[in-house]
Design a protein around this ligand. Sequence first.
Ligand code: FAD
Length: 237
Amino acid sequence: MIGASFIGLEVASALRARDIEVDVVAPDARPMERVLGPQLGDFVRALHEEHGVRFHLEDTVKAIDGTRVMLKGGQALDADLVVVGVGVHPRIELAQASGLALDRGVLVNSFLETSAAGVYAAGDIARWPDRHSGEPMRVEHWVVALRQGQTAARNMLGAREAFDAVPFFWSQHYDVPINYVGHAERWDRIDVDGDIQARDCVVRYQRGGRVLAVASIFRDIDSLKAELTLEQQAVPA
Ligand SMILES: Cc1cc2nc3c(=O)[nH]c(=O)nc-3n(C[C@H](O)[C@H](O)[C@H](O)COP(=O)(O)OP(=O)(O)OC[C@H]3O[C@@H](n4cnc5c(N)ncnc54)[C@H](O)[C@@H]3O)c2cc1C
């Protein structure tokens, strides 16, 4: 498995459930640290190691030769199957050729309308002005794409409805679901309430004294409450 983020590790747990040996290669020091921080990153690593996954971190793949995967660090791994989960880029060529305003995605206003009147964008490709963080945001979550599609459709029909849902996703590793609500690309403080190792926790990502996102394990009510709080702390449009 190349990549130790959501796709990589969800695939790893699915393969281990089928008793297939898994090696994970990734440049990160900890799996999922960029999104979930060091505390949950260490937990996720330990969880996968408990299930027999072998990590090769702070390393990358130099070459794949038939069934042999060569790492930059010098190690060679035998593999019948190599899965690459290293992130995606939105395909913006069509939008670019059409002259739409872009910023690593298609820029939209709060009604999900692009710089061309009457042309809307929704889902992974759209960067919208997020009222909760006060920053332009583009995320790759199923529920966001679904809700934005609905808002864009209503606006095409003339509703003039601002998109202001708080992003949400979950990620399942073996029998452990991690719920995540909000969006924090950067933080200056992480508060852990409960016990991560005991799989009973709420982790709050904060910047400048504001909670931007909350991850939780087996604390669904707290996750819903956090979603409500994040909705209510929206920066007025
Ligand atoms: C392997 C994988 C696992 C994922 N797991 C999760 C998960 O567990 N939870 C979660 O919340 N999210 C997950 N995601 C992300 C989620 O799938 C996306 O956020 C969601 O599909 C975005 O929907 P979308 O409609 O914006 O884009 P897409 O689903 O990518 O749909 C875009 C469509 O546009 C078409 N298209 C592209 N260019 C053109 C063109 N020029 N003309 C016409 N059509 C075009 C494409 O063919 C495609 O059908 C996962 C993604 C991947 C790849």
